[in-house]
Ligand binder design. Structure first.
Ligand SMILES: Nc1ncnc2c1ncn2[C@@H]1O[C@H](COP(=O)(O)OP(=O)(O)O)[C@@H](O)[C@H]1O
Ligand SMILES: [Mg+2]
Length: 249
């Protein structure tokens, strides 16, 4: 028996359920794919690699951009081969679209630029020296003010019709002293109801409670007890009115 490689729980689950044999394309392939798709003209360096996506600092002509490429998984079972690319293309499309709605509403998110297949480009947040740090790795000068702005941004995101389902100090960047929300891929549209409003609201509530809690815990390191209750109430009440975010504005 060969040694089993370490696999995280989600991958193990997928293997067990027989849906995929896990095999990532090499980084070089991802990079050449980004170039082939015409999304970027040069890839400078990786700046993030999560479970599902690779994130690179890149150039699109003279402009510095960030390219996010959802990973493709290869299926072992040929008859189910279509699962992979479609799934990842859908995630990229969803994140790209949500960024578009949020950005159009002036929510502090990176401007989405272009999407092709499982990848898209967006505005680079950072300086020529370094990308904007994640909130978790930052020492804030004025944490109280920052917390207020952050909560306002979360309300404003909901006003644009989106509830972020993965809010945490990992997915908030500090750029020019302000909070920026990223990683909207699994966001919930709360203004186009695909199923009954109560289900949507329940799901939004669960994610928001978790996200706001993670933010509250973060600010304890500054000795602050940020009251996130009113933010939650404001967002949920507004969604509740007809279950449409149009009622938010
Ligand atoms: N627009 C951006 N500008 C600068 N850095 C970014 C940008 N988008 C993502 N990053 C960096 O890449 C990391 C991973 O991006 P994210 O969208 O959170 O992907 P994942 O789904 O892998 O968590 C972020 O935590 C951040 O450090
Ligand atoms: Mg993230």
């Amino acid at each position: 028996m060969p040694n089993e490689p370490y696999l995280d729980a989600s991958v193990r689950w997928k293997l067990k359920s027989g849906r995929i044999a896990f095999q990532e394309p090499r980084t070089a392939e991802v990079v050449s794919n980004l170039l082939d798709l015409g999304l970027v003209t040069e890839v400078l360096r990786p700046i993030g690699a999560g479970k599902e996506a690779d994130v690179f600092l890149a150039r699109d002509g003279p402009r510095w951009v960030v390219a996010k490429s959802y990973r493709l998984y290869r299926t072992s079972n040929r008859s189910r081969g279509a699962v992979k690319a479609d799934g990842m293309g859908r995630l990229a499309a969803q994140e790209f679209d949500l960024l578009g709605y949020a950005w159009a509403h002036r929510v502090p998110v990176p401007e989405p630029i272009q999407r092709e297949e499982n990848s898209f480009t967006m505005e680079y947040l950072g300086t020529p020296e370094a990308p904007a740090p994640q909130l978790r790795a930052t020492l804030l000068k004025d944490p109280e003010q920052f917390a207020r702005t952050l909560l306002d941004s979360i309300v404003s995101l909901a006003s644009s019709g989106i509830v972020h389902t993965d809010l945490s100090p990992f997915n908030i960047l500090v750029h020019e002293g302000q909070p920026w929300l990223i990683d909207l891929g699994k966001g919930l549209r709360v203004d186009r109801l695909g199923w009954p409003p109560w289900a949507q609201i329940e799901q939004a509530r669960t994610s928001l409670v978790r996200g706001l809690d993670s933010i509250r815990r973060y600010f304890r390191r500054y000795g602050l007890d940020v009251d996130t209750g009113p933010t939650l109430t404001t967002i949920l009440q507004r969604i509740d009115e007809e279950g449409r975010s149009a009622a938010l504005e």
